[in-house]
Design a protein around this ligand. Structure first.
Ligand code: DX5
Ligand code: ZN
Length: 229
């Protein structure tokens, strides 16, 4: 995974056909996705349940590029090794998921994955200064995590401040929640480079008719690239 700040579109398979994850991953990649975003929810940290490391391992052979695993679970630490073993390239944990985020980030890198740190919309950047040298990605949630298809929360000022804090460090800024061709320019202009999109990518298409995925990805990318700072 070479680092660059070009716009990367990461479809969230939370909006895919759950009975067809393998084919859905292959379809979005064939239609231009850069990364595949995999949302793991536990019904405890967030009020929804998806799946665990066995499903990630089953999906992995169907993804040629980056598998970006977003853990919305608490506790996190007991499961890091299993998600790393499942073939995740990036493992993102939430700052709010427990009292020992420093240990969690160490464990993710120790397991051989890139370390991501996610922040809920209500969480400030105050603690970030102590963690920046431990992360490869910061995920700014622009919805409260748990469900796809929610309304985008405009956190442009927070993204801009984070971008300034990061400086020249090779750290991706990922945006997750409510990303569409309308909202993508706001976050790209503020400094984001990885845009997660669930409903806005999968709407109108299917594994039998994947062309809409390509059109949706292209529309988000074009809008973001035109605005990227
Ligand atoms: C929300 C998830 C997101 C979600 C995005 O908890 O982390 O990845 O699937 O879905 P959309 O793009 O529909 O807001
Ligand atoms: Zn996510």
């Amino acid at each position: 995974m070479a680092f660059d700040r070009s716009i990367k579109i990461a479809p969230s398979i939370l909006a895919a056909d759950f009975a067809n994850f393998g084919a859905e991953c292959a379809a979005v990649e064939a239609q231009g996705a850069d990364w595949v975003h995999v949302d793991v929810m536990d019904g405890h940290f967030v009020p929804n349940i998806t799946f665990g490391p066995a499903t990630c391992a089953a999906i992995r052979p169907h993804i040629k590029g980056v598998m970006d695993v977003h853990l919305m679970i608490a506790p996190v630490d007991p499961y890091i090794e299993a998600f790393a073993q499942s073939g995740a390239d990036v493992i993102t944990a939430h700052l709010e998921a427990g009292p020992h985020i420093h240990r969690t980030l160490q464990a993710i890198r120790g397991a051989g994955a890139k370390a991501g740190l996610a922040l809920n919309p209500g969480t400030g950047l105050g603690d970030m200064a102590h963690l920046l040298d431990m992360v490869d990605l910061v995920c700014v949630m622009t919805v409260n995590p748990g469900f796809g298809g929610q309304k985008f929360i405009d956190l442009s000022a927070k993204i801009r401040d984070l971008r300034a804090m990061i400086g020249d460090r090779p750290i991706h800024i990922e945006i997750d929640g409510g990303v569409t061709p309308i909202t993508a320019p706001l976050v790209a202009e503020a400094g984001a480079d990885v845009l997660v999109a669930g409903s806005a990518v999968f709407k109108g298409g299917s594994v039998c008719d994947p062309a809409p995925y390509g059109a949706n990805i292209a529309a988000i990318r074009a809008a973001a690239e035109a605005a990227q700072s």
